[in-house]
Design a binder for this molecule. Structure first.
Ligand SMILES: [Zn+2]
Length: 503
């Protein structure tokens, strides 16, 4: 809990950056996080600015030196924010003043961001809420509770990037931050539908977060597992597939893993404010103290990661069939087994299509959750419902099942495919001895949430292309393309659209 003195006035210094001509505030957007509101001003060039608070009534004033404004504040959604109104005017002939009228007190923080791939120079103003309790544990139990209850296993799910940090940009301008949140939500649903488990969403919407904030949320919620969700990118669009990473304290298992860790670490820092928090100064001491438990948690992470890979096998294209390791900041939560899932390559046409597809997201999330719950069932933490359940002869808990009524033309293997389960699992769940099913029969779908359609990427034939070249570029056997498109010969014509199976 933070306290603020009454009559608090924060005065920032002028941030000295030379500006020879008037900068223009071209655009403004806002993000609402659980405990602060972020406003981002797009600038034609870097500016000098100062921010201060005024009372009676409460206001925050932002003065921008040598600036002009073309941005439209009226388009901002201020409903969930402490800001009631925004006014702006020219001041001292060439400076610009923006006044934020407040409905509740906030603590402002501001900083400049350098241009990146997506945006130019930006001025960021964060309005921190003073009254929220979001910094408090959401559901911390008392020790008494832990002692005599069969507690749930808590999985913290951290959707990568967010807010001003879109992460990787892929085919069709697909943004990593959106994909990661969508997959995280599917994982959350399945975790919460599994007896003995509870999900904690680390990022709940479109806003940036410090890496240390992410692990803090996991700790505050007594998480048993930390799962960071990302999507990869590469300059060569043919790179594709899922990779799972664990922390390495010694060094990366491959050059690619090292580069990726650098990229994700840097990208997520921008998601915060580009600087580490002050309370990180004891990070060094802490890391020494926690070294031992960290070694143990890395071993657990590797096991859990391999369990997820086993569950994903056959569900999605795997780039690596064992867990890779590198020094990811977000995985340094010491005593909690932690993994970073690069779900696919947003820069590959097939992966991008999958990553954006709700049905693929569901299938992928289902396999990830299976992998985790299988691993936990193997060695459940003491005092958990899962441990108690196992001691009493219960099998590994799976997400609550759904059912499906067999229709004309259905086959068992096709239904299994549609729901993303194996034919063997489907038969086991329904005590079927053969593959024979009848119309109207009610089938129990293990791990089933909604039917999964096999998705395709449509490819329009360009001049000079051959079918075998296309097969090679999508890394799909030529036969599968012939089969999917019912082609009798390999003759194709320019402009013809062919379907490329997505997995
Ligand atoms: Zn990422």
């Amino acid at each position: 809990m933070r306290h603020f003195a009454r009559g608090f006035i924060a005065v920032c210094c002028w941030v000295a950056i030379s500006a020879t001509q008037a900068a223009v505030v071209e655009n403004v957007r806002s993000y609402r996080a659980p405990d602060y509101t972020r406003l981002v001003f797009d600038l034609s060039e870097s500016v000098s600015h100062q921010v201060f608070s005024l009372e009676n009534p409460d206001r925050i004033v932002v003065d921008i030196a040598d600036a002009d404004l073309t941005a439209d504040f009226s388009a901002l959604d201020l409903a969930e924010t402490p800001i009631s109104n925004i006014r702006s005017a020219t001041r001292n002939e060439h400076d610009y003043r923006v006044v934020f009228d407040l409905r509740s007190k906030t603590q402002p923080r501001s900083f400049l961001l350098e241009p990146n791939d997506q945006y130019g120079a930006r001025l960021v103003i964060d309005f921190y809420d003073q009254e929220t309790s979001s910094r408090e544990p959401v559901a911390r139990r008392s020790t008494d509770d832990l002692a005599d209850s069969r507690r749930e296993i808590v999985i913290a799910i951290s959707a990568g990037h967010g807010g001003e940090a879109p992460g990787a940009i892929g085919v069709g301008k697909l943004q990593e931050k959106k994909v990661t949140l969508a997959i995280a939500k599917e994982i959350e649903k399945r975790v919460n539908a599994t007896p003995g488990y509870r999900a904690v969403m680390v990022r709940k919407g479109d806003y940036g977060m410090y890496l240390t904030e992410r692990t803090r949320i996991a700790h505050d919620n007594n998480a048993d597992f930390f799962l960071a969700i990302h999507a990869d990118s590469f300059k060569n669009s043919s790179a594709r597939g899922t990779t799972i990473y664990a922390l390495s304290q010694r060094g990366a298992t491959s050059e690619q893993a090292r580069l990726l860790a650098e990229k994700e670490n840097a990208a997520d820092l921008i998601g915060g404010v580009g600087k580490v928090r002050l309370d990180d100064k004891d990070e060094m001491l802490r890391s020494v103290l926690l070294d031992l438990s960290m070694t143990a948690s890395i071993a657990s992470s590797l096991e859990a990661g391999n369990s997820i890979i086993a569950a994903l096998d056959g569900t999605t294209h795997l780039r690596r069939t064992s867990v890779e390791q590198a020094n990811f900041v977000v995985l340094r939560s010491a005593d909690i087994p932690s993994l970073l899932v690069e779900s696919g390559y947003i820069t590959n046409p097939i992966d991008a299509k999958n990553l954006a597809s709700p049905v693929w997201q569901q299938r992928f999330a289902g396999a990830v959750v299976n992998g985790i719950t299988n691993w936990f069932y193997n060695a459940p933490p003491r005092g958990t419902w899962v441990a108690w359940h196992k001691e009493n002869g219960g099998s590994a808990p799976a997400p609550r099942v759904s059912s499906y009524e067999v229709r004309r033309g259905d086959s068992l293997s096709e239904i299994a495919d549609r729901f993303g389960v194996s034919t063997a699992d489907l038969k086991a769940a329904n005590n079927l001895k053969s593959n024979t099913i009848r119309i109207g029969q009610e089938l129990t779908i293990p791990n089933g949430f909604s039917p999964i359609d096999i998705t395709f990427v449509e490819h329009t034939i360009a001049r000079g292309e051959t079918l075998s070249e296309i097969a090679e570029s999508y890394r799909i056997p030529l036969d599968r393309i012939r089969e999917t498109n019912a082609l009798n010969s390999d003759t194709i014509r320019v402009g013809q659209i062919i379907k490329i199976p997505s997995s």
